[in-house]
Design a protein around this ligand. Structure first.
Ligand SMILES: [Zn+2]
Length: 483
């Protein structure tokens, strides 16, 4: 059953006051407050006390989430570990692949899994590789073949099939020495877990149909310097792919250490976009837009999805590109201007990452399967799948969103072009105070391309999003000022 808390509000909230100038401010404040409180009340059934705006839930998506299996995830992570090492520098010749050791064997197995899922859905997935030779660099001593493996679930709506949402994990691993091509590097958590999330999302979501395209990606070269994702994101940029969202899962194994909180997953997002040019940075500085990058809107969207499809793991938004001293594949996408976030478990155990498996002074080192909490990985996979499905089912975001600023006034008028692709049944305006981390108000405005709200643009941040008839919501678009 669709649980849609939104109630349509008035299309256009306009107030004309005729009164003496001296009384204007006082009367207007009282009047607007009273009228708006009244108008907003039905909507506030949802957002009383400024509760953030939740997504509607879709029973088909809920059913798909129930298919995600901790047992399958466990089997996949154990299989990845069985290749001994998945160092990007490890063997990928035929003999090693036949023996089942090294990154080449891992790559072929991932490909065969995607192909197997595709067979189960009458060839619905296009399984592809993006393969290239990386020239020697900091952590790449000799020219090395790097291969990203991915599966494409093509969108079924011709006007929306070019829109892409993507989930990624890196299937390469490393031990204590980045240059060690031979030693065991199990990489169960880093990043067998993220690879398993991509695989499990592909297995489950390939049974559904979406108007927009979903890509399930696994990359190599992460540990050598994000080489695989950099190549892939560059390819996407060069080919003008319309990527609306990248979900990068790296270390989502829920390492079983005493400080772990298995009910939380961190979601990292950049503030000032890596791809912002001088003009955009000037605008961000002027308008206080430093917390409204596409990646951050995506993070807020994930928080909304987490509330709608509660599954025991709560996204903890971290307004920061990544952890100290660390990086990840989402950054490769950010550099090309794509919204991209990173999922990582709440508390990492650094004895279990980038370590030769060993016992030293009573401490066990190594990224071993026994430290992974498979139920946790499954919950993170559900959050990913719910986000991918919500976005792939949703209309495209509205285009050319503007906030009219030609007059000094206390109302705010927003205009936009209809969501391209024809899926939108209406629009919602979301807003929050400038100090608020998440959207704390939403107003449904109907199927229009302009709305005026009795709220001063000076103290809030607005966004406009498209909604389809079933309640799937696009990412919100932050308006440009229009003088
Ligand atoms: Zn990693």
């Amino acid at each position: 059953m669709m649980r849609d808390p939104m109630i349509d509000g008035p299309l256009r909230l306009e107030f004309h006051l005729v009164c003496s100038k001296s009384m204007l401010n006082v009367l207007k404040s009282i009047f607007l407050f009273a009228v708006f409180s009244f108008l907003a009340r039905p909507v506030l059934g949802l957002q009383a006390a400024n509760a953030p705006a939740a997504q509607a839930t879709d029973p088909q998506i809920e059913a798909a989430l129930r298919q995600i299996s901790a047992q399958t995830i466990r089997a996949n992570i154990e299989k990845l570990v069985s290749f001994g090492t998945r160092s990007t520098l490890s063997a990928q010749d035929d003999a090693s692949m036949a023996k089942g050791r090294g990154i080449g064997a891992a790559r072929e197995w991932i490909k065969s899994e995607f192909e197997r899922y595709s067979k189960d859905c009458n060839g619905c997935l296009e399984v592809k590789t993006d393969s290239f030779i990386e020239q020697p660099a900091d952590r790449i001593p000799t020219p090395t073949r790097i291969t990203n493996v991915y599966a494409v679930l093509k969108g079924t709506n011709p006007a929306n099939t070019n829109r892409i949402v993507l989930v990624s994990g890196h299937y390469d691993s490393r031990d204590s020495d980045t240059f060690d091509a031979n030693g065991d590097a199990p990489g169960a958590n880093d990043d067998g877990s993220g690879t398993a999330v991509s695989l499990e999302c592909a297995r489950v979501l390939s049974k559904m149909k979406f108007p927009a395209t979903v890509i399930f990606l696994t990359v190599a070269g992460e540990e050598q310097g994000l080489n695989g994702s950099r190549h892939f994101a560059q390819m996407a940029k060069d080919q003008n792919w319309d990527i609306e969202a990248v979900l990068n899962n790296d270390i989502v194994g829920g390492d079983k250490n005493p400080g772990q909180d298995a009910s939380v997953v961190r979601v990292f997002s950049e503030g000032i976009p890596a791809a912002a040019d001088e003009r955009e940075i000037r605008r961000i500085r002027m308008l206080g837009g430093e917390s409204d990058s596409g990646s951050r809107e995506l993070a807020r969207y994930i928080a909304d999805v987490g509330r709608s499809y509660e599954n025991g793991v709560k996204p903890m938004l971290v307004f920061r590109l990544d952890r100290y001293l660390r990086g990840g594949d989402h950054y490769s996408f950010n550099q090309q201007g794509f919204p991209a976030v990173r999922f990582t478990e709440y508390r990492e155990d650094f004895h279990h990452q980038h370590q030769n498996p060993r016992v030293e002074n009573g401490i066990e080192y190594g990224d071993l399967p026994k430290f992974v909490d498979y139920d946790y990985v499954a919950r993170v996979a559900r959050l990913n799948a719910a986000t991918l499905a919500s976005l792939a089912a949703a209309p495209a975001p509205p285009a050319n969103v503007h906030l009219l600023t030609k007059d000094l006034e206390n109302d705010s008028t927003l205009t936009w072009d209809a969501s391209p692709g024809g899926l939108a049944a209406g629009y919602e305006i979301v807003w929050r105070t400038t100090t608020s981390p998440e959207w704390d108000h939403v107003q449904s405005v109907g199927n229009v391309t302009q709305a005026t709200l009795p709220i001063s643009k000076d103290q809030v941040i607005f966004g406009v999003r498209a909604v389809d008839a079933a309640g799937h919501r696009s990412l919100p678009v932050i308006p440009f000022p229009q003088h």
